[in-house]
Unconditional design. Structure first.
Lengths: 85, 275
């Protein structure tokens, strides 16, 4: 019964945590030597702060592909649910 | 009977732990506002050794704080109003009218759900810069509306298409125009889902950090999440003051969330399960 809701919240929390930014910016700012960056803070540091626009865009595209993969996975779970019912 | 009560007991403990996990940071933040920095270091979660109310009072007395709140308020207000307006119109069209490409547009909009703002920071930044909207309220408001459209259209469309068809047929037979059906029939019936979408947009916009950080460089129009940074000095941060600041700014968002909480839970799942 609860499975669709559980799957949905799982999906949102995965997507949300892939986009962690504020916590990292406030706590470590990616430091020591870029070892604690998340994808988004990496994108921000290189793409916007240091104006390496091309590199930043590449990071964005990779992150987007990961998000699409997560979504496809969710779609498959959802479809299977529909077929089962 | 024994097993049933045991289960109840476990459930109670589990819920208590979950609630505690959510409340502990809030609790520590609000209390931390009353502490000195030294006290915070040695004793982050307990009651303060001595209650320092100066943190709260000096922040509430500063014009800077009210300026930050005002900026946040303007950005949030316009974001919520335009999100509701634009997305409810789009959702109404998609739910009620049949036209070529309807499904395609619907799918396209729900694709926005999976397209996180974070990946688009750079293109959005460049676009906003080309439009000359950097360092202005609109440079933050417009992208926020755009990125809210995905989830709000999906939620609203799910709700709109579940409204009883007979109502619309009756109105249509009586010669009611589409705009009037929208304003006078659909919207009044959709208050719960409008509250849901509105509050989600409100809380998201109120707490947004990355977007204003990228778009705004002028001190006078900083929203509050950026304002916190001014308390982080070069040599040390006055954490008591930061925490008091955060507690004060959290209040409006929490207040609205609690106000609409009932609607939010119902609205989210009604839209979600439909897909």
């Amino acid at each position: 019964m609860m499975r669709p809701v559980v799957v949905l919240s799982l999906f949102f929390s995965i997507l949300g945590s892939l986009q962690t930014f504020a916590i990292i910016a406030a706590l470590t700012d990616g430091g020591p030597s870029n070892s604690t960056h998340s994808a988004v803070s990496y994108l921000y540091t290189f793409g916007i702060k240091r104006m390496r626009v091309g590199f930043g865009s590449a990071v964005g595209v990779v992150l987007f592909i990961i998000c699409v993969l997560v979504m496809l996975f969710y779609k498959r779970l959802f479809m299977r649910e529909k077929e089962a019912s | 009977v024994k097993q049933g009560s045991l289960f109840l007991y476990y459930r109670w403990v589990l819920l208590f732990v979950a609630a505690g996990l959510c409340l502990l940071p809030l609790w520590a933040t609000v209390l931390g506002g009353f502490k000195s920095t030294g006290d915070l270091r040695t004793n982050p979660f307990g009651l303060p050794k001595e209650w320092i109310t100066d943190n709260y009072f000096s922040i509430a007395a500063s014009t800077r704080f009210w300026g930050l709140l005002w900026n946040s308020f303007i950005i949030t207000f316009f974001t919520v109003v335009f999100t509701l307006l634009v997305s409810s119109m789009a959702a109404f069209t998609l739910a009620q009218l049949r036209f070529a490409g309807r499904r395609w547009i619907g799918t396209y909009l729900s694709l926005g759900l999976t397209f996180p703002f974070a990946t688009a920071v750079l293109p959005v930044f460049i676009r906003v810069r080309d439009m000359g909207l950097l360092d202005s309220y609109w440079g933050v408001i417009l992208p926020q509306i755009a990125f809210n459209l995905g989830f709000s259209v999906v939620l609203l469309r799910g709700f709109f298409s579940e409204l009883p068809k007979e109502l619309f047929e009756a109105a249509f037979l009586d010669g009611c125009s589409y705009p009037r059906i929208f304003w006078q029939i659909t919207l009044p019936l959709s208050r719960p889902i409008l509250a849901t979408v509105g509050v989600l947009a409100l809380v998201g916009s109120w707490n947004e950090f990355l977007l204003p950080l990228v778009m705004i460089n002028r001190d006078e129009i900083y929203p509050w999440p950026l304002g916190i940074m001014q308390y982080q000095g070069q040599y040390g941060t006055d954490w008591g003051r930061v925490l008091a600041f955060v507690s004060l700014t959290m209040a409006p968002a929490i207040f609205f969330y609690l106000l609409a909480q009932k609607h939010i839970i119902a609205g989210l799942t009604s839209g979600a399960v439909k897909g």
